[in-house]
Design a protein around this ligand. Structure first.
Ligand SMILES: [Zn+2]
Length: 219
């Protein structure tokens, strides 16, 4: 097991490298095209062959040339339309794909051992491309049926950090997530509707970086 986090101070974007060092195979989760040189360096450090590029989601307003840059990594890309419960194999390791629409319509999450890489699924106003969920109803179903039903100790890794923190766990989010904590479906949708007021102020990533990622109610 080999696990590395790549964190960008300016945007708080967070990418992940997972590898089987015995076999020399790796996957990248939510890599950014602008990080291509360092991504290649991370792979070359242990002579890793990249098997998959896994994207939890993408937005139309992504950086120009992003797709071309990721293609240069030379591995097939999985970003949506994966069948639920598909397995992604690299060496002796594997990830399970979960269809988790909500933040966007095609969001995927990737479960590896005790870790779930869930992109912006549980972030609150932090995705610079889209601060609020595209499909609140689907988000409720994804989180309550597929995320909160995982073991409490399951680690949740986001693709945007908050104050350099990109990991939480299922127990913490069940108890403290500002949209889900203590809410039924109707209350949850009401909380998002109220939060939508903030979209008018969603003018810069710096302002949003001050808002909670995996937020607690006392923050
Ligand atoms: Zn996003």
């Amino acid at each position: 097991m080999y696990f590395r986090i790549l964190y960008d101070e300016a945007t708080q974007a967070t990418s992940y490298l997972l590898a089987d060092l015995d076999v020399g195979t790796a996957v990248l989760i939510d890599p950014r095209g602008t990080d291509l040189p360092v991504l290649n360096a991370m792979l070359n450090e242990h002579s890793l062959q990249l098997h998959w590029v896994l994207l939890t989601h993408q937005h139309e307003a992504q950086e120009a040339g992003e797709q071309e840059a990721l293609s240069a990594l030379g591995a097939p890309c999985i970003e949506r339309d994966c069948r639920a419960s598909d397995l992604i194999v690299f060496g002796n390791e594997h990830l399970r794909v979960l269809a988790t629409p909500g933040h966007t319509s095609g969001c995927l999450s990737f479960l590896w051992r005790d870790r779930l890489f869930c992109g912006d699924l549980l972030t609150v106003n932090l995705c610079p491309h889209q601060p609020l969920p595209a499909l609140p109803d689907a988000l409720w179903d994804s989180v309550t049926r597929k995320i909160f039903t995982l073991p409490a100790e399951t680690l949740l890794f986001s693709c945007h950090a908050h104050r350099a923190r990109s990991v939480t766990n299922v127990l913490e989010q069940r108890r403290w997530h500002p949209w889900f904590c203590g809410a039924g479906r109707d209350e949850f949708l009401s909380r998002i509707a109220t939060a939508s007021i903030d979209t008018d102020n969603h003018t810069d990533t710096a302002a949003n970086s001050r808002r909670p990622l995996f937020a607690s109610t006392n923050e």
